[in-house]
Design a protein around this ligand. Structure first.
Ligand SMILES: NC(=O)c1ccc[n+]([C@@H]2O[C@H](COP(=O)([O-])OP(=O)(O)OC[C@H]3O[C@@H](n4cnc5c(N)ncnc54)[C@H](OP(=O)(O)O)[C@@H]3O)[C@@H](O)[C@H]2O)c1
Length: 313
């Protein structure tokens, strides 16, 4: 039989990452499906995103996390499931994935499930501070449910999305780089890993058929993008030909800014603390259950931090 690609279902397909996962899946030749839930009809923008995905070649499958039978019917039509549901302090959509886990277990034919992860490796973040820890706790609950159900999985630790971190040089609630001033956290020397979202989607799709990623955590680590905050600022300064004024914030000064923001941004401050003060992304990938994207896909041409920042010049 000719090379038949696995059929891929994206849950949360209208989301920021979800729509990119659909595009990457189609680009890699997978028959690609997006779960379309009934309540989406009242959201004009999401309907348009879904229609756009359909026009790119995705097939829409009707189903809802609140309707077990609809999920089972959808899952029977695919081989791989990727979830890009999101969670925050108000909507605990991450835990909604437990319903997906139940349905995947019942169907019993899903070859790989990738739960919504795509950030820190949550099993390394038991020490995380509040309120940034909320999402890690929920993602760990989902991991344990998957393992308990013996569902084949891949956990993708994507580190920092460029659009949320690199775009604003890791400033709080700012998503375009300043040409005047920047806060530097701690010494500014801890390494962070900055990844373009379209690349994240491509890496994710490359893992789904890869036996080396079965029941493993894959860390996305484009080598040229493993850079400290100071290094990233220096790249930006080189691009605009100007030095920024820099204010160095100690750990306590950064945490002291928490109260100035609403909870979603407080989560952001807590994550900045973990990355830049605690150095929680500054480690080598080791252990039998952990793999580095650069070992798996060394030839993949990713967007470098400099190429990304050039877009803002
Ligand atoms: N590392 C980083 O820098 C970083 C940055 C951002 C996000 N992330 C992670 O990436 C993942 C995806 O985040 P995102 O920003 O792409 O999320 P998003 O844009 O908010 O999209 C999430 C999607 O979840 C779906 N959803 C939410 N509640 C639902 C419910 N009750 N039932 C069914 N579907 C529901 C919606 O899709 P439908 O309307 O299509 O159903 C929504 O479009 C998350 O795990 C997040 O933590 C990481």
């Amino acid at each position: 039989m000719a090379d038949m690609k696995d059929r891929v279902l994206i849950v949360g397909a209208t989301g920021f990452l979800g729509r990119r996962l659909v595009k990457a899946s189609i680009a890699l030749g997978h028959p690609t499906f997006a779960l379309s839930r009934p309540d989406i009809v009242s959201d004009a923008e999401k309907v348009q995103i879904l229609v756009g995905l359909k026009m790119q070649g995705a097939k829409l499958l009707q189903g809802s996390l609140d309707d077990h039978q609809s999920l089972v019917s959808a899952l029977k039509q695919v081989d791989v499931v990727i979830s890009a549901l999101a969670g925050n302090h108000l909507r605990h959509a991450i835990l909604e994935q437990l319903k997906l886990v139940e349905a995947i277990k019942e169907v019993g034919t899903i070859k790989r499930f990738l739960p919504s992860e795509f950030g820190f490796d949550v099993d390394r973040m038991e020490h995380a501070i509040s309120p940034g820890d909320l999402i890690f706790v929920d993602k760990r609950v989902v991991r344990r449910a998957i393992e308990q159900a013996a569902i084949p999985y891949t956990y993708v630790s994507a580190n920092c999305f460029n659009s949320y971190f690199l775009s604003g040089l890791a400033q709080i609630a700012r998503f375009m780089p300043s040409t005047d001033h920047v806060f530097i956290y701690g010494s500014g020397d801890h390494k962070c890993i900055w990844v373009d979202e379209d690349d994240i989607a491509m890496y994710v799709l490359m893992t789904v058929n890869d036996p080396r990623t079965l029941n493993k955590t894959v860390y996305l680590r484009p080598p040229q993008n493993i850079l400290s905050q100071k290094e990233v600022v220096a790249i930006w300064e080189g691009l605009i030909g100007k030095q920024l004024e820099k204010t160095f914030l100690s750990d306590q000064e950064l945490l002291g800014m928490m109260d100035k923001f609403e909870v979603p941004h407080q989560m952001g401050v807590a994550h900045l603390y973990q990355i830049f003060c605690n150095g929680d992304l500054d480690f080598e990938v080791e252990g039998p259950d952990r793999v580095d994207s650069n070992d798996l896909y060394p030839g993949y041409k990713y967007v470098t931090a400099e190429e990304y920042l050039k877009r803002f010049v």
